[in-house]
Design a protein around this ligand. Structure first.
Ligand code: GRF
Length: 227
């Protein structure tokens, strides 16, 4: 027997009725809040080329509230990749635009006008200068090193990690930065380092980089969205 079932009918009726009114009022409030929330919701478009673990991190941190007032409205891949599958698994609109010289112009055609932020999360194509300028201040990238070190043409993924080990660096890290026409040259938003030890290999450096990326990416996104 529950506590309320043990109450006498009269005692039970009053709180139930006022409770109902309160419930209706709070439902109205919640639905108004929900409307306002949806209006203010920032739309993020994410570009991927690979496994998309950073994409997953963004999806998860939107779900758990670490990134506020935002939704992933579209995922664009420039090749078949697991990132695309992750988007499908979460019922996020997704599209494959094959890499090549028309990528930026095709992307311009389909990108929703109400996009607040474009996030390059392990994206390998180089975007045309015009595209970067049109979206200036609204495109960010994550790079697996402490920029300006190990940035620029050809410096991506395992190339970066090999270079870091070969140079016997004592530290490396990850950087979230704005995207400008110059490759990896945009202003840094957030950077975090970790120690590289003598036992490290390009593979272990890659693992350390990912951990740091998962930490700083949601913080940087909140920062750019003004959260
Ligand atoms: C990340 O290390 C990112 O810095 C680099 O590519 C990697 C992508 O990893 N640009 P994932 O696809 O997010 O797992």
């Amino acid at each position: 027997m529950t506590a309320s079932a043990s109450l006498r009918p009269q005692q039970k009726r009053m709180p139930l009725q006022s409770g109902l009114v309160n419930n209706i009022q709070s439902l109205v409030k919640v639905s108004n809040l929900d409307k306002a929330h949806k209006i203010n919701m920032k739309n993020i478009v994410i570009l991927v080329s690979g496994s998309g673990s950073n994409l997953q991190r963004i999806i998860d941190t939107i779900d758990n509230g670490e990134i506020q007032n935002a939704k992933v409205s579209l995922v664009v891949a420039d090749r078949e990749c697991y990132g695309l599958e992750r988007a499908q698994n979460h019922n996020i609109e997704n599209i494959l635009i094959p890499r090549g010289k028309n990528f930026s112009s095709e992307l311009s055609k389909i990108i929703p006008e109400n996009t607040d932020l474009i996030v390059l999360a392990g994206f390998l194509s180089i975007l045309k200068p015009e595209f970067c300028e049109n979206w200036s201040g609204k495109i960010i990238n994550i790079h697996p090193a402490l920029l300006p070190k190990y940035g620029g043409k050809g410096m991506w993924g395992h190339h970066v990690h090999h270079a870091v080990i070969e140079a016997k660096e004592k530290e490396s890290g990850a950087t979230v930065h704005f995207v400008t026409p110059g490759i990896d040259e945009g202003e840094a938003i957030l950077q975090k380092s970790f120690a590289v030890t003598e036992d490290d290999t390009p593979e272990t450096v890659a693992e350390k980089v990912h951990l740091v990326e998962y930490e700083i990416f949601p913080i940087a996104i909140n920062k750019v969205l003004g959260n």
